[in-house]
Design a protein around this ligand. Sequence first.
Ligand code: CTP
Ligand code: MG
Length: 230
Amino acid sequence: MRGPVYAVVPAAGVGERMKAGIPKQYLTLAGKTLAEHTLGRLLSFSPIDSVIVSVSSQDPWWPTLPVASHRRVSTVAGGKTRAESVRNGVAQALMDGGEEAWVLVHDMARPLVRLSDIQALMEQCDEQGAILALPVVDTIKQSGEDLHIDSTVDRERIWRALTPQLFPAARLYEALSADLDGVTDEASAIERQGGRPRLVAGQSDNIKITVPEDLPLARFYLARQFETGE
Ligand code: CTP
Ligand code: MG
């Protein structure tokens, strides 16, 4: 990785499934908002030069956070979908950092990402890019529309994609400039262009806060990380 590394953090979602009345990134976990947890971790990782956050224009909460005025944090407009929000951030990284820039895309809703995982991702990344992922542990079924099982999928090489996901900014921008229908992570956009990003095994506590019961779970994982010195 030669050029500067920008963290691009999509944070323009409304958190519908969380049913909290405010976007979930502004909910509090151990006295800090999820957004502050996430950004605090990214900012403390020295290979990351700066952090670009995609924020909705209708978001009155973001400007109230102290981290919003951090000198290494800037914002871009959010999009209608996560992929559009990411594309806006990647465009900014390219403008600021040029063709050599790399982008590390990380969901604002994953406040528990470990620095050791980001480190492993950077070490194992090659020119194709790389993502954190977890091997599935359950048996996987393919169903018909009638919800009856058609087959059992061999889970040997099935992974769940997490974030961060790391790519050369120019390559990701090109991939995100194509049709984004059905693109739910950066790797899938790259795959459509024929790329084969590397999988790096992450930790299972890097959860995406999505539904109300994820908050007590996050509290538990955070305390455990604290106890074990992560
Ligand atoms: N995101 C974004 N722009 C959007 C939609 C989502 O930047 N138009 C961000 C979210 O803020 C979040 C990340 O993408 O940090 C992952 O998305 P998700 O977990 O789906 O968050 P929400 O879209 O906010 O939640 P929901 O789908 O339940 O409404
Ligand atoms: Mg969403």
